[in-house]
Design a protein around this ligand. Structure first.
Ligand SMILES: Cc1cc2nc3c(=O)[nH]c(=O)nc-3n(C[C@H](O)[C@H](O)[C@H](O)COP(=O)(O)OP(=O)(O)OC[C@H]3O[C@@H](n4cnc5c(N)ncnc54)[C@H](O)[C@@H]3O)c2cc1C
Length: 390
């Protein structure tokens, strides 16, 4: 076994959350990111839908996304089509974006250990941690750090190792085929629900790299079906034709898992702090978490720096900010998630017809899991109206 590596902050997971924490630590703080994959941003485990104003606010260069201004929803027998003017969607180039995020900490005192898996950790008497990691190159190594950032996504590897939490018992599991775009319009995204994607939903996202991502996600254990089975029956049923897409013989396969459990307030466990998917930050309505992982990863990087600098309230500010942003909206969003996971195809048809009566703004707010009192009242009104007048 080689010597023990030393750093102030060990970051477990080189996804958008972990990379963003590293980029916002002050220059005097040393960090090590352990990332189990051999490359940043590959393999792709997500589909990259986001929002223009958020990615602009986060300073993401425009060559890393495709702008979408037509957002269409389909169920088996209904559709709701929206020309989006106010809150445009984007589809992110995942590999390019994550590598851009990694570059943002390249000039800092941080090491990036690729192909290195966090195995376990032990708290020391002085409150620091000695963690064991397994590197593909050098075998098991030890890392001594004062703090650990739990940014391992749905795996919650650090909290699990310390018996402070466990992997989520309910997850969204997705698979995506990516292939050349052909004649499909580059500005149009589709979300589909109903018999072809029960418990979850499907998506068709064009990218800036002239590819199309066709994906389906299901919620386990709400269904026993795997996303691959759902995708196979989507293709065998000829449904791709309805959306004007042709699936070639050859395609790339992307696949991933996201927690689908309620948001909980606690972020700080002594000197272990969680963020990103490991903290359930993705929206409960559609499982969109990249922009949130970046924004809150950066906040955590700043607040942890302030904490190390002597500001005793700094980490609590991070936890409180997350609670302010997520508690209310995610409570409604998760209730909605559980309800719609049980919808029958017929119920989806009714729901998509109701969706067509909402404004473009109301729809994008709902997809973003932003539930104003006005939006809640309006959806209740439309639901009651549908029951009374059909
Ligand atoms: C199928 C699917 C589709 C999605 N679509 C969208 C979308 O359209 N838009 C959107 O915004 N979000 C989407 N999401 C959600 C989004 O991917 C996540 O919210 C986001 O990736 C969270 O970032 P993170 O850094 O917290 O976690 P992750 O991106 O999961 O990164 C964690 C990293 O930690 C690494 N890791 C795990 N365990 C260890 C370990 N023991 N040691 C070392 N490294 C480890 C993993 O390899 C992983 O790369 C989707 C998710 C899935 C599964």
């Amino acid at each position: 076994m080689s010597e023990t590596l030393e750093c102030d902050v060990l970051i477990v997971g080189g996804g958008p959350a972990g990379l963003s924490v590293a980029s916002h630590l002050s220059p005097s703080i040393s960090s090590i990111i352990v990332h189990q994959d051999a490359e940043i941003g590959r393999p792709v485990r997500t589909s990259g839908g986001s929002w223009l104003r958020d990615v602009q606010a986060l300073g993401i260069p425009s060559h890393l996304y495709q702008i979408i201004d037509q957002l269409d929803f389909y169920s088996d027998n209904a559709k709701a089509l929206f020309a989006v003017h106010r809150d445009k969607m984007v589809v992110l180039d995942i590999t390019g974006l994550y590598q851009f995020l990694a570059e943002l900490s390249a000039d800092k005192d941080r090491r990036l250990l690729l192909g290195t898996k966090f195995l376990t950790t032990e708290k020391q008497a002085d409150g620091s941690y000695i963690s064991q990691v397994r590197s593909r190159q050098s075998g098991v190594e030890k890392i001594h750090s004062k703090y650990i950032i739990e940014a391992s996504g749905w795996k919650s590897a650090v909290l699990e190792a310390l018996d402070l939490g466990q992997k989520p018992t309910r997850t969204g599991v997705g698979i995506e085929y990516e292939f050349p775009i052909g004649n499909y319009p580059k500005n149009r995204a589709i979300l589909f629900v109903g018999a072809t994607a029960l418990t979850g939903y499907g998506w068709i996202f064009p990218t800036a790299q002239n590819t199309l991502r066709l994906g389906v996600g299901v919620i386990n254990p709400d269904t026993d079906l795997s996303p691959r089975q759902v995708m196979n029956s989507f293709i065998a049923g000829g449904h791709a034709e309805r959306y004007g897409i042709e699936i070639p013989e050859d395609y790339e396969i992307n696949a991933g898992i996201i927690p689908s459990v309620p948001y909980e307030r606690q972020m700080i466990y002594d000197n272990v702090i969680r963020t990103g998917d490991a903290a359930n930050f993705a929206t409960p309505t559609v499982g969109e978490g990249i922009r949130i992982a970046i924004e809150f990863g950066r906040i955590l990087g700043q607040e942890l720096s302030a904490h190390i600098g002597g500001d005793a309230r700094a980490l609590k500010r991070y936890e409180a900010k997350a609670a302010r942003v997520f508690t209310r909206d995610y409570k409604y969003g998760f209730a909605m998630n559980q309800r719609i996971a049980q919808y029958s195809p017929d119920r989806w048809d009714k729901s998509v017809r109701r969706l067509a009566r909402l404004s473009e703004h109301e729809v994008t707010q709902m997809v973003r899991s932003r539930f104003s009192a006005k939006l809640i009242l309006r959806t209740i009104y439309l639901s009651l109206r549908a029951k009374l007048v059909g």
